[in-house]
Design a protein around this ligand. Structure first.
Ligand SMILES: Nc1ncnc2c1ncn2[C@@H]1O[C@H](COP(=O)(O)OP(=O)(O)O)[C@@H](O)[C@H]1O
Ligand SMILES: [Mg+2]
Length: 392
């Protein structure tokens, strides 16, 4: 018998992607029609689906907990069987489509030269192509690092950055064919707003889009350069926010973060993952600024309930841990701070578009993100000294 629970669905803070010119409404509505005749899972059908696929042999009740609002996602627990996590996307993400997560996780599970990074993912069980369902090990005791504190504690940040470096380093050494590299390309997140058609403008989301557009066009040069530097160098997560990083809070001393939600994963620039993590830390800080603050940075620092020095410290820990674990140095010929800072700025500019798309305007956090993002992209050296103070 199936017992169904439902956790509150996630907020609208995710899933948004843009990398070409303007996001088209057509993209946003790209439902799963192209996938043909698939069985859309519901809580009540999960038990039967798993049994038909030989994945469940219940000796008692089967507990199904629904977990997500952006895809069908369920945790399945039953006595005597391992917990399982099932995911079936509701919509395709252009241009990677709706099958990326399942195909990529299967690809990683099959390649010997990627074995050294599999511990950063939940154990892969199966990808069912006909129904586009990905099954991995269920982690009922794990929590997102976001739910455990903002910014996360140092040991969590160190372990996360360390595992990220391992994932990047191991996959950079794997020898993919050109075809595989093309099949599993990640999205270049750096937007290009140089050629805007009247049609694009007519479809632009929300009030205030022109403000974002003006900032983007003023940043055309650094954005163009950052976009051109993108290389499919290694496996990247592509949506590396703190709600896609799980840890077991009971595992004291060894947080062993697990990276989930691979819908945008693929071969790309490792610094996008790092930049997104740093952008996320900054985003929570701007969210904590009280709305009545003025337009200068000093007044934002005064008005934020998350102390800025804690964010600076967290960014420093992330950068140092990543540099150490990847065998790179923070400055010098293989220095990577400038690009990382710029990509953190890109992450913040993505949040502005997210605000336009979700509420039809620029909310206060998006307003601060717009200004901070502009400085990070346009003046990365200067901004790096501010956000990662202890390092430079
Ligand atoms: N292997 C897992 N075990 C338990 N819970 C998981 C697992 N993978 C993801 N989750 C939970 O399900 C939620 C949704 O999964 P996710 O893949 O992030 O989907 P979405 O695309 O909706 O963000 C996550 O926030 C996480 O809390
Ligand atoms: Mg997620």
């Amino acid at each position: 018998m199936t017992k169904i629970r439902s956790d509150s669905p996630q907020g609208p803070n995710g899933g948004m992607t843009w990398g070409g010119s303007l996001p088209s409404p057509l993209h946003r509505d790209a439902r799963l029609a192209s996938l043909g005749n698939i069985q859309h899972l519901e809580a009540a059908s999960v038990e039967g689906w798993l049994a038909r696929h030989g994945l469940l042999h219940p000796r008692g009740d089967v507990r199904v907990t629904l977990l997500s609002g952006r895809a069908f996602a369920a945790l399945v627990e039953t006595e005597g069987d391992r917990p399982l996590f099932l995911k079936q996307p509701f919509a395709a993400i252009p241009p990677v489509g709706a099958r990326r997560e399942g195909m990529l996780l299967r690809f990683v599970s099959q390649r010997e030269d990627l074995e050294g990074l599999r511990h950063v993912l939940a154990n892969f069980v199966v990808y069912d192509e006909p129904d586009n369902v990905t099954v991995t090990a269920g982690l009922p005791l794990h929590r997102t690092i976001h739910s455990l504190g903002v910014p996360p504690a140092d040991p969590l940040l160190r372990a996360t950055a360390g595992r990220l470096a391992t994932m990047h380093t191991v996959s950079a050494a794997a020898e993919l064919t050109d075809e595989e590299r093309a099949t599993y390309q990640a999205i270049n997140p750096v937007p290009s707003y140089d050629r805007i058609t009247p049609d694009d403008l007519a479809n632009a989301p929300g009030n205030g889009f022109v403000l974002l557009l003006a900032v983007m066009q003023a940043l055309s040069e650094p954005l163009g350069a950052a976009r051109a530097e993108w290389r499919p160098a290694c496996l990247i997560h592509g949506d590396f926010r703190d709600d896609n990083i799980l840890i077991d809070p009971a595992a004291e001393g060894d947080p062993s973060p697990v990276f989930i939600d691979w819908e945008m994963g693929g071969w790309g620039d490792p610094l996008w993952d790092l930049g997104a993590l740093i952008g996320q830390l900054l985003y929570y800080w701007v969210e904590s600024i009280r709305a009545e603050q003025g337009s200068d940075f000093a007044s934002w620092v005064r008005g934020a309930s998350i102390p800025f020095h804690r964010v600076q410290h967290a960014i420093q820990v992330v950068l140092e841990s990543y540099a150490e674990a990847s065998g790179r140095t923070l400055s010098g010929p293989d220095g990577f701070i400038d690009r990382c800072v710029q990509l953190a700025g890109v992450f913040l500019l993505h949040r502005v578009l997210g605000s336009l798309e979700s509420i039809g305007g620029i909310h206060p956090a998006a307003f601060y993100s717009l200004h901070l993002g502009r400085t990070l992209v346009g003046q990365p050296r200067h901004a790096g000294r501010i956000i990662a103070k202890g390092l430079l």
